[in-house]
Design a protein around this ligand. Sequence first.
Ligand SMILES: C[S@@+](CC[C@H](N)C(=O)[O-])C[C@H]1O[C@@H](n2cnc3c(N)ncnc32)[C@H](O)[C@@H]1O
Length: 276
Amino acid sequence: MKVKQLLRDVTKKLSISEIDNAARDARILVAHALGIPKSQLALNTNESVPEEIRSSLERLIFRRINREPIAKILGKRQFWGRTFFINEDVLDPRSDTETLIDYVIDRPVRSVLELGTGSGVIAISLACEWKEVHVVATDISEAALFVAQKNAKYFDVQDKIDFLKSDWFEDIEGKFDLIISNPPYIGLSEVSEISQEVLNYDPELALFAGSDGLEAYERIIPYLRKFLKPKGIVVLEIGASQSDSVKTLMNSSGLSEVNTLKDLAGKDRLVTAKFH
Ligand SMILES: C[S@@+](CC[C@H](N)C(=O)[O-])C[C@H]1O[C@@H](n2cnc3c(N)ncnc32)[C@H](O)[C@@H]1O
């Protein structure tokens, strides 16, 4: 069978299974199975596809039909211009989270604490962008820390980052110029609104935070002052409807200049604050 026929077949299988953007996903999966960039498919449409590639492609199609996100199938995700390794143990990083990097990138600091690093995209992006920084990156999930360490080695910033298993601040020592986190913030009461792609393929630990989605903020925010250097800043990702609740927690924790910032889609995405 030739590549062009295969592309038609895969598109048909995906669209029968009601996968949105079936043609786009078919191109990605076929290119991945062939081991070529998507941009080269057009040059190969008349090539024959060997049997072993067709059967490995069948497995990829099966996973997509089961609603596994393309990034998890490929095992990689772009974040702040770099391609990170991801797997079933970590959140598939969202482009909205780049709003955190965008906010801090032009104010480099020496010491950073990232709470809940997952695949390490935040800690590693900062370590790659800032020359003089030292980052402590934590997670409660050892499996996630393994992925983050693998990414740090890949980008050759392992010497700038200490990875630490910790339940939020429990095993943290020292004070930091910047504390940054994208904690879990979905309420268990919202489970029915979450797509199967997210629910079945992102770890529960990375998604849910108590019945109302605020539990992680309630556990993190009261301790921020203790771990910030004077003039230190905090940047937390939030869900679009959580600005008021998170700002109230920040104000009552004794931090100042509490602000909300929006993402590129115009939704509330960050709460920031300072320790004076
Ligand atoms: C929303 S994910 C963010 C992952 C990554 N920073 C990103 O933005 O793609 C939240 C992360 O917090 C971690 N986490 C959940 N509960 C935690 C806890 N009690 N202490 C530390 N990390 C926790 C999860 O394992 C997960 O990796």
